[in-house]
Ligand binder design. Structure first.
Ligand SMILES: *Cc1c(COP(=O)(O)O)cnc(C)c1O
Length: 447
């Protein structure tokens, strides 16, 4: 099968200009092609399931802005609502109706009683942690390796070698900075544990329980590829926190309104009968604009300024254009949308498994609700160490073969493949047609 994609002259030219004025030529590292090689495609426009780059090439989009575009690109009703909002002015710095309506929609779909809007998922987790520390009067934060919560200093932490020595109360158990520029003092109060490791959680709380303000986890990890929490794991976390007077923060920035209508909580907490103390949202709820939120129990949220003493603020928080986009998106995110995502996801997962199996490429496909990812490894992925067994060279070859055939996957083996309501038969068929050659390329590119 020959490549359907023409040379990327315009993308290459733009990338050269971008690199001259922007670190790495991108404004967020996930957009770079460092992990797969080559030049990122510069996208000129998008419609439904399709991206069009500046050279006029079309791609089925399996990134969907890393989650937000649940309805597909340039959805006519979202566009009309946004155009209407823009015509009324774009920011006032005063309260507006769409903020109230979007908050009501989020409260209706999730167990949170009150929400506060911010402009990014990073701000949401950062603020939720401040609130947890303020409310408990404690300082330690527990997180899991491989869970990403935005670029908050305290959460850009890597597990030290001390997890095993935790029971000794060794300070080495506390985390090391995960990035230059993060001071050790910012991560000295962060504990990083292996995901799914109940014994490590129990030991951490036994040792530090009276100092732990909160445990934050992705409701279902999606930032090391999709790792569905084993049944009862989130419930165990919620219960352990409650037993020690710590708060359980469920980060649904990625899973919220995407894994299902009520996010990951609708898939586990709702059935099992537990509720996070605080939750964070972003991505889908912004409808493609910078909007995110954190929320939770009314008594906790009451501790935020101006009602309470924990300070938190934002010039563009609850922006009327962004909240209009998010509100319109959520109102259109009906059960039919999630059923469609499930159906299309099953087709793509089955075709991908067939193609990789036929080519002899080791792989594991994991899902939670409508979210899924394909791991280029031979073992089930329960934690970050498992995810790191992937053959990233095989993925790079697979990625480029798909891109050459008009399918834009995430340029990293550690990401979900995102779908939208606009992924129709033609889009799915384009993916299916590209898979055999890409699987063959992966077999050849394998390390
Ligand atoms: C994307 C993401 C964030 C960060 O959101 P930004 O808007 O990129 O700051 C936080 N948590 C999770 C689980 C995410 O997927």
């Amino acid at each position: 099968m020959s490549s359907s994609i023409s040379p990327q002259e315009q993308s290459r030219a733009l990338f050269e200009r971008a690199v001259a004025v922007t670190p790495g030529g991108v404004n967020s590292p996930v957009r770079a092609f460092n992990a797969v090689g080559g030049t990122p495609r510069f996208i000129r426009s998008a419609s439904g399931a399709w991206l069009t780059d500046v050279d006029g090439n079309e791609y089925v989009d399996l990134i969907c802005s890393w989650g937000p575009m649940l309805l597909g690109h340039a959805h006519p009703e979202v566009q009309a609502a946004v155009a209407d909002a823009v015509a009324r002015g774009t920011s006032y710095g005063t309260p507006t109706e769409p903020e109230v309506e979007l908050a009501e929609e989020i409260v209706a779909r999730t167990p949170v009683e009150k929400v506060r809007f911010v402009s990014s998922g990073t701000e949401a987790t950062m603020s939720a942690i401040r609130l947890a520390r303020g409310a408990t009067g404690r300082d330690i934060v527990v997180k899991f390796a491989g869970c990403y919560h935005g670029h908050v200093d305290a959460l850009l932490a890597a597990a030290g070698s001390g997890v095993a020595t935790l029971a000794d109360g060794d300070r080495d158990a506390l985390a090391l900075p995960g990035s230059p520029g993060v001071p050790a003092s910012s991560t000295a109060l962060t504990l990083v544990l292996p995901y799914h490791d109940r014994a490590a959680v129990t030991a951490a709380f036994a040792e530090h329980g009276d100092r732990i303000a909160c445990l934050i986890t992705e409701a279902a990890p999606g930032n090391m590829g999709v790792v569905p929490p084993e049944p009862g794991f989130n419930e165990f976390l919620a219960r352990t926190c409650a037993e020690h007077g710590a708060l359980f923060i469920s980060d649904e920035v990625m899973t919220g309104f995407r894994a299902g209508r009520e996010g990951q909580w609708g898939l586990d907490g709702k059935q099992e009968g537990w509720t996070p103390d605080l939750m964070t949202f972003g991505k889908v709820m912004g409808g493609g604009f910078p909007a995110a939120a954190f929320g939770g129990r009314a008594d906790l949220m009451a501790q935020l300024a101006p009602e309470g003493g924990v300070y938190q603020a934002g010039t563009l928080s609850g922006n009327p254009v962004a909240t209009t986009a998010g509100l319109t998106t959520l109102r259109l995110a009906t059960d039919d949308v999630y059923a469609h995502l499930t159906r299309v996801g099953e087709q793509i997962k089955a075709a991908t498994a067939d193609a990789l199996t036929a080519a002899g490429v080791p792989h594991v496909i994991q899902s939670t609700g409508t979210m899924f990812s394909v791991f280029f490894t031979d073992r089930p992925v329960r934690d970050f160490d498992d995810a790191n067994t992937q053959d990233t060279a095989a993925y790079a070859a697979f990625f480029h073969a798909m891109l050459d055939r008009g399918v834009h996957l995430p340029p990293s083996a550690y990401e979900g493949w995102f779908l939208s309501a606009a992924h129709d038969d033609r889009a799915v068929q384009t993916v299916i047609d590209a898979l055999p050659a890409a699987a063959a390329a992966a077999a050849k590119g394998a390390a």
